[in-house]
Design a protein around this ligand. Structure first.
Ligand code: SF4
Length: 286
């Protein structure tokens, strides 16, 4: 059975020739049918991030980090023709051509879901060109996730950004704690993605949000469910500093966690307005 989301610009429907249709209209969008979406004109719709980020903006694809459990490498090679970092300058137009979908997470964009925006091999010019567009389109809220927090700490961010660093091991936690305090985005996230070791943060307060993922199966890697006490420890550390939380739904199901507990999924429950208010308050007090 097909999955439908509800409200979307009519031009996302089955007839590509309607791409210039003026104004948003109500239509039923088959979530998995992206055949008519032109990434040079609009953001791609996300159907894998559980609604936390409704859109992808794959302005850069590819990665040189070499994580053995990577789940996007094969798909990226198939879609973009290479796993080497690649810039898609035509897609700089997408923020201007897109419309928000209905809902309180309508403005959230996941940048470079098919790679790492800050990895080696991405020239500064690609990053600058992207940041210029982000600055020019403040209505959208742009989310980055990187395993390169050192480079991420060397960038100047507009207020409409959030920067997550992916922390899977204790070694990576040390690097994150060294560089993330210097990341000047107003919303910093510790993405325990995947959570492969017990993580004890020295200074969890530098993060505004925490995310927890199991390792999902890929290639020769089976699923890895982090032990429950590791998961609960991250939840406790996040709650101790008032950070927002998001736990991958299959991890919640695996351990029968109480998904209705407000704080457990507070990152997804927070409205765009609440996040913007948090950011504005933080800017005023910093
Ligand atoms: S950083 Fe992300 S995209 Fe890059 S290899 Fe690792 S898992 Fe894949």
């Amino acid at each position: 059975m097909r999955e439908y989301l509800g409200i979307a610009p009519a031009y996302r429907g089955s007839n590509c020739s309607k791409s210039q249709a003026p104004g948003p209209m109500i239509s039923l969008l088959p979530v998995r049918d992206r055949s008519c979406i032109d990434p040079n004109k609009e953001f791609e719709r996300s159907n894998t991030f559980e609604g936390l980020m409704p859109f992808y903006w794959n302005i850069i694809s590819g990665c040189t980090n070499g994580c053995p459990y990577c789940r996007v490498k094969d798909f990226t090679i198939e879609k973009e023709g290479t796993w080497a970092p690649k810039f898609h300058p035509g897609r700089l137009n997408a923020p201007y051509g897109s419309r928000p979908i209905f809902g309180h997470r309508a403005w959230r964009i996941y940048v470079a879901a098919l790679g790492d925006f800050f990895c080696d091999g991405v020239p500064d010019e690609w990053i600058s060109a992207t940041m210029d567009v982000i600055r020019d389109t403040p209505r959208w809220w742009y989310f980055f996730c990187t395993k390169c927090p050192k480079r991420a700490s060397e960038i100047g961010y507009p207020d409409n950004t959030a920067v997550a660093t992916s922390i899977d091991t204790v070694a990576r936690l040390k690097i994150a704690e060294e560089y993330m305090p210097q990341v000047n985005s107003p919303f910093r996230i510790a993405a325990c993605s995947p959570l492969l070791e017990r993580l004890v943060f020295k200074g969890p307060a530098i993060f505004d949000g925490f995310m927890i993922f199991p390792r999902e199966p890929s290639g020769s890697f089976p699923v890895f469910w982090p032990p429950l006490d590791w998961v609960e420890s991250i939840i406790d550390q996040a709650e101790s500093v008032g950070a927002l939380l998001w736990v991958k739904s299959d991890l919640i199901r695996h351990y029968g966690l109480d998904a209705k507990k407000t704080k457990l999924q507070s990152l997804i429950h927070a409205t765009d307005a609440e996040l913007r208010s948090h950011i504005a308050k933080k800017r005023r007090t910093s």
